[in-house]
Design a protein around this ligand. Structure first.
Ligand code: ZN
Length: 690
């Protein structure tokens, strides 16, 4: 990842593994900047004097100055301009399920949704294939299918190594370096690219002269150059990961999953002096930057001292945002922010530290458009979570935090999104306003065990946790009510979700099925693996599963050790499909897989080559195991799902459609989430009084 090195007011981007001393950097920068400034300032004067002679040139300069002043005055009065015509307002609730919404509307628990459905319209909205958020929201943005927009799954496979890779954004290292004084100095900052291809409708709208504000829509990192955008799913933490948390504990814990465990030993007075690990040190390969801090006993918990601040925490309490600053060299540093949660106090100490968020007031990477917008929002509403998936879902799933601590984060992130959304609606400077709230999805994933009486964890789920999904739907209803209050008569509202939800009772180790059917082959003596295709004999392997819904054929000329020729591929795919749809659960006799799709039947477009060869449509109650997504093949085909992640939607898309509500009647039903841009652009073209 790239880091901003801040030296006083000067800022420079530096890529991974770069090495340069502060003084050398400053010297090069100062000389370069002074020379360029002098040259740039002198050039127009020289040209003017040559064209007009000395006196006329002076008059032209005065005229240009006056013109500049007029333009400046006109612009500062013109912006932000209050929108006079009707606005198009788009409110997304990731994961809102039509059946659950209908049930709670019928019970009178979602009065604002009921009113919207009665005064405008309500339909189910078909999702993408596969029914995954990044895939569906990319279709929402671009109006195209995965074959065109290029996002097929959370994970993609590297064609060089077979290994999984994050499919939404990509961090490319610096391309060019120069060798100076024996140091490799990067001349570009490396690059982060959004893998989504195609034009999102907010860019089309801006081309029509319409101001768009887009808040936290998934797969919008890095931000698109629109009037105002705050990026959503895809924004990394300061480590460049999608959310690595830390735990400081006196216990011995495994350093696995999405966490960094630091074992600490208090001194006789209970004082712990330790350090939070940050990003890689750009000047010293193999080392990480650190932020030292201390923990000591306090009357009702602990006292934490970090980065010039000191505060107390009691058990179960989250801290406010705490700024952390990782020193690189001299005054050079990169900064972020974290929240602490005291899980357990002395004598067995357990302190949780959230992933290191990009600080909106001092962003180490741009997370908004324009880049200053993130700080403007923080000025208005205070500090807020910035990483793409901030809901602490991994730490709850790995049983490190409690249900209550998780729901507290949900309440905080809902409040943050509300504050920025209402500020946008009240500012009245956008003709198109779009926001996505993801908390319905997150709470449904983690608390479906409270709705589904057949789930292995239902019996262990407390009363409050059983009501969590209903609570978050009521929260969505409240947000809708507040949105309606901030709308004018001419404004038009679209409320939608990207997919619905289903129970997730059993995990499917799909690579185990491939191994038992002889398509995935292990080397002699190797039988199973938890991840990353350990022990797989690629020369003998014909197919492998990776990601939440994909199977890839180990094709010659495409895969590094491909064993299946191109002309054998179609027959092999047909053979696998036929067998997979007849897989049943030996305990219940239920079918496990409803449909398997050949990519050539469901996708078209230039990106199809990136797609899995087969896309698996699981039945309700089943989903690919976490091990499968990462190339693992444990011993059994099916296992009970004992994790809190108990609801899901990465199954046959026909089973998990989303919702669409409109404040106006629709001439005809919208067939699919891909149809939303056409609907929105149609409204913008015909809006009243614009
Ligand atoms: Zn989800």
């Amino acid at each position: 990842m790239c880091l901003v090195l801040a030296a006083g007011d000067a800022e420079a981007y530096i890529g991974p593994g770069a090495g340069i001393s502060f003084l050398q950097g400053l010297w090069i920068a100062l000389v370069g900047v002074m020379w360029s400034v002098v040259a740039i300032i002198r050039l127009p004067f020289k040209l003017l004097i040559r064209a007009f002679g000395g006196r006329k040139a002076a008059l032209v300069l005065v005229g240009l100055g006056l013109l500049g002043w007029f333009i400046h005055e006109y612009k500062s009065q013109a912006a932000p301009e209050r929108v006079s015509g009707g606005r198009t307002i788009v409110l997304g609730f990731d994961g809102m399920d039509p059946q659950l919404a209908q049930q709670w509307m019928n019970e009178g628990l979602m009065p604002n949704f009921t009113q919207l459905a009665e005064s405008g319209g309500f339909q189910t909205l078909a999702t993408s294939n596969p029914a995954q958020s990044p895939v569906a929201w990319s279709g929402f943005a671009t109006g195209t299918g995965p074959g065109e927009h290029g996002i097929f799954d959370f994970l993609r496979r590297s064609t060089d190594t077979y290994l999984p890779d994050f499919s939404i954004s990509e961090i490319q290292p610096t391309k060019y370096t120069i060798d100076l004084f024996g140091l490799q100095i990067p001349t570009d900052g490396g690059e982060v690219i959004n893998r989504r291809i195609g034009e999102p409708f907010w860019l089309t709208a801006e081309k029509m002269g319409i101001n768009a504000v887009v808040l936290r829509v998934p797969v919008t990192y890095p931000p698109d150059p629109v009037y105002h955008m705050l990026s959503g799913m895809g924004v990394p933490d300061l480590l460049g990961s999608q959310g690595t948390y830390s735990i400081f504990t006196t216990e011995r814990l495994d350093n696995t999953g999405n966490r960094r465990i630091q074992r600490v030993i208090p001194n006789q007075k209970g004082l712990v002096e330790t350090a939070l690990s940050g990003p890689d040190d750009p000047l010293s390969e193999g080392n990480v930057l650190v932020q030292p801090f201390s923990i000591e006993p306090a009357p009702r918990g602990v006292q934490i001292s970090i980065n010039g601040k000191s505060f107390g925490l009691t058990e179960g309490q989250w801290s406010d945002w705490v700024g952390v600053s990782f020193k690189i060299l001299g005054p050079l540093r990169t900064s972020g922010m974290v929240r602490f949660l005291l899980l357990q106090s002395y004598p067995v100490l357990k302190l949780y530290v959230s992933p290191i968020h990009i600080d909106p007031n001092d962003p180490a990477i741009p997370i908004s458009s324009p880049p200053t917008y993130a700080a403007e929002l923080a000025d208005k509403i205070g500090l807020y979570h910035t990483i793409g998936m901030p809901e602490e879902t991994w730490s709850l799933n790995e049983d490190q935090i409690s249900d209550e601590a998780y729901l507290e984060v949900i309440r905080t992130t809902v409040a943050e999104r509300e504050a920025m959304w209402y500020a946008t609606l009240e500012a009245h400077d956008a003709e198109l306003a779009v926001a996505v709230f993801v908390q319905v999805d997150r709470v449904s994933h983690m608390f479906y065990r409270g709705l589904d009486k057949e789930h292995p964890l239902y019996g262990q789920t407390g009363e409050k946790a059983r009501g969590a999904v209903q609570w978050i739907y009521q929260e969505a209803d409240r947000v809708l009510g507040e949105t309606l209050k901030r709308m004018d008569q001419k404004d038009q509202l679209i409320v939608l979700s990207d997919h619905g939800f289903a129970p997730f009772r059993k995990v499917v180790h799909l690579n185990r099925w491939l191994a038992e059917a002889g398509y995935l082959v292990f080397k002699p003596g190797e039988q199973a693996t938890d991840a990353l295709f350990g022990g797989v004999d690629w020369a003998q392997t014909k197919a492998y599963a990776l990601g939440l819904n994909g199977i890839f054929i180990n094709q010659q000329g495409r895969e590094p050790k491909g064993s299946v020729s191109v002309h054998e591929t179609a027959a092999l795919k047909a053979e696998i499909i036929e067998q997979l749809v007849s897989v049943t659960d030996p305990e219940t006799g239920d079918s496990v897989i409803r449909q398997v799709f050949d990519r050539n039947d469901i996708y078209s477009g230039l990106a199809v080559g990136e797609a899995p060869d087969l896309v698996i449509g699981y039945e309700k109650n089943y989903r690919a195991s976490w091990q499968t997504t990462l190339g693992g093949a444990p011993q059994e085909l099916l296992e009970d799902n004992h994790q809190k992640w108990s609801g899901d939607h990465c199954i046959d898309p026909s089973l998990v459609p989303g919702v669409l509500f409109t404040s106006f009647p629709l001439a005809r039903e919208v067939e699919n989430i891909r149809g939303i841009p056409e609907l929105i652009l149609g409204l913008l073209e015909t809006r009243d009084g614009g």
